[in-house]
Design a protein. Structure first.
Ligand SMILES: Cc1cc2nc3c(=O)[nH]c(=O)nc-3n(C[C@H](O)[C@H](O)[C@H](O)COP(=O)(O)OP(=O)(O)OC[C@H]3O[C@@H](n4cnc5c(N)ncnc54)[C@H](O)[C@@H]3O)c2cc1C
Length: 325
C-alpha cells in the first residue's frame, strides 16, 4: 500500500483507528487502513481498501475531501448492496456513508428530506407512516439513499428519480450544492451526474394518501419479493439489467443456467438473475460466473446482458509477485 500524507492526520501507513486531534483542519473521523471490503458488501467478498474513512458528520467529511490529495481515487460506499469489489481490493480511499447522514424529516407536508446514508427501507416506512404515497417501492431495496440515487434503483415499475425534486451534493473541494432533478440525465439504472460530485441528501416529493394504505402496500410488496427472490443469502440482487422488452432472469433461465456454478458462487435456483455466494466464494469466482452467464446467453439468444452491479477494485497480484515500495 502506498502511504500518503493527509493534512490533519498522521501519515496513513499502518492500520489505525483514530484521527489526530488538534491541528487546524484536523479530521475527527476514523481512518482505517487495509480494511477488508468483504465486511462492507452484501456479497461478503472484496479485498482490502488502502484507506477507509468513517466520518463523524458532514463537516468532517468536507474536511477530509479538502485534505485528500487531488489525485486520490475515491470510492463511495453505502451498504455495498450493488458492489462487487475484486479480491485485490481498492487502491485509494473508500468513504463509507452507511451509519452517517441517516436523518429523515418531513417538510411542507409532502416533502421528505433524507440523508444519503439513510436506508431506503426507512424512507419507505417514513413516507407511509406520515400518510404519503410514492416511496413504498423503496421498502425492499437493501441500500442507502445515496446508493439509490447513484443507481436510480427501482422496483415494481417505480424508480428513485421518479420522486426526486432536488439533491444535495458535495465535491472534491468539500463544496456543497443543491441541484435540481433537471441537472441529471437519468435512465434505467443509470444516472449521469456532474463529475466528481457525490450525494449528501435527497428531497423526495410524495403524494398525499388520505387512505393511509402505505404500510399495507409495503407489506404486500415485501411478500411478493420474498416469493420471487432468494432472501437471507449473500447476493447483490439482480446482477444484470433487463434488456429492452425482456427480463434478464427469463433469458438466463431459458438458457438452462439456473444452478450453474464457479467455485462457491452459483446462479440462484429461485431467481436466475441472482448470483449467490454460498459461503467462501471469492470475487473472482463471482466475476467469472458473471462472464460465463453473459457469454452463454449471448451465444444462445444473441442478447448481450449488461451488468447492473458495479465492479470495482483490482484483481489480486499473481502469487510470487512481491510489492516493491
Ligand atoms: C437482496 C437484494 C435485492 C435488491 N433489490 C433491488 C431492487 O429491487 N432494485 C434495485 O434497483 N436494486 C436492488 N438491489 C441492488 C442495490 O440494493 C441497489 O442498487 C441500491 O441502490 C444500492 O445502494 P447501496 O447503498 O448499497 O449502494 P452501494 O452498493 O454501496 O454503491 C452502489 C453505487 O453507488 C455509489 N454510491 C453510493 N453512495 C453514494 C453517494 N452518496 N454518492 C454518490 N455515489 C454513491 C457507489 O460508489 C456505487 O457505484 C438489491 C440488492 C440486494 C442485495
Amino acid at each position: 500500500m502506498q502511504a500518503i500524507h493527509i493534512p490533519g492526520m498522521d501519515d496513513v501507513t499502518e492500520p489505525r483507528r483514530t484521527g489526530t486531534g488538534a491541528a487546524s483542519g484536523a479530521l475527527r473521523g476514523r481512518m482505517l487502513t487495509s480494511e477488508p471490503m468483504a465486511k462492507h458488501t452484501s456479497w461478503r467478498v472484496g479485498g482490502p481498501a488502502d484507506r477507509f474513512y468513517v466520518a463523524t458528520d458532514v463537516e468532517d467529511l468536507a474536511q477530509l475531501l479538502r485534505n485528500l490529495p487531488a489525485q486520490e481515487p475515491l470510492v463511495w460506499v453505502g451498504l455495498g448492496s450493488n458492489l462487487l469489489v475484486r479480491d485485490g481490493g481498492i487502491r485509494g480511499t473508500v468513504i463509507l456513508l452507511s451509519g452517517l447522514l441517516g436523518e429523515i424529516e418531513l417538510r411542507d407536508e409532502r416533502e421528505v428530506i433524507a440523508g444519503a446514508g439513510a436506508p431506503c427501507a426507512r424512507v419507505a416506512r417514513f413516507g407511509a407512516t406520515h400518510g404519503l404515497a410514492g416511496a413504498e417501492f423503496l421498502a425492499g431495496i437493501p441500500g442507502t439513499v445515496g446508493g439509490a440515487l447513484a443507481m436510480n434503483a427501482g422496483a415494481f415499475g417505480r424508480e428513485t428519480w421518479n420522486i426526486v425534486e432536488r439533491v444535495e451534493t458535495i465535491d472534491r473541494h468539500g463544496t456543497k450544492r443543491h441541484r435540481k432533478r433537471s441537472e441529471f440525465r437519468v435512465g434505467y439504472r443509470t444516472v449521469v451526474a456532474p463529475a466528481e460530485e457525490w450525494y449528501l441528501a435527497a428531497e423526495f416529493l410524495l403524494q398525499a394518501d388520505p387512505s393511509r394504505q402505505g404500510p399495507a402496500r409495503i407489506r404486500r410488496l415485501l411478500e411478493e419479493r420474498a416469493e420471487r427472490q432468494p432472501t437471507g443469502v449473500f447476493s447483490c440482487g439482480s446482477v444484470f439489467r433487463n434488456p429492452e422488452g425482456d427480463y434478464a432472469g427469463r433469458l438466463i433461465e431459458k438458457c438452462g443456467l439456473k444452478g450453474e456454478r464457479v467455485g462457491h458462487a452459483s446462479v440462484s435456483t429461485k431467481h436466475a438473475n441472482f448470483i449467490i455466494n454460498e459461503g467462501g466464494a471469492t470475487a473472482a469466482e463471482i466475476e467469472e460466473l458473471i462472464l460465463h452467464v453473459q457469454d452463454a446467453v449471448k451465444a444462445m439468444t444473441g442478447v448481450r446482458l449488461v451488468p447492473e452491479v458495479r465492479i470495482v477494485g483490482e484483481a489480486p497480484r499473481p502469487r510470487g509477485e512481491n510489492h516493491v515500495a
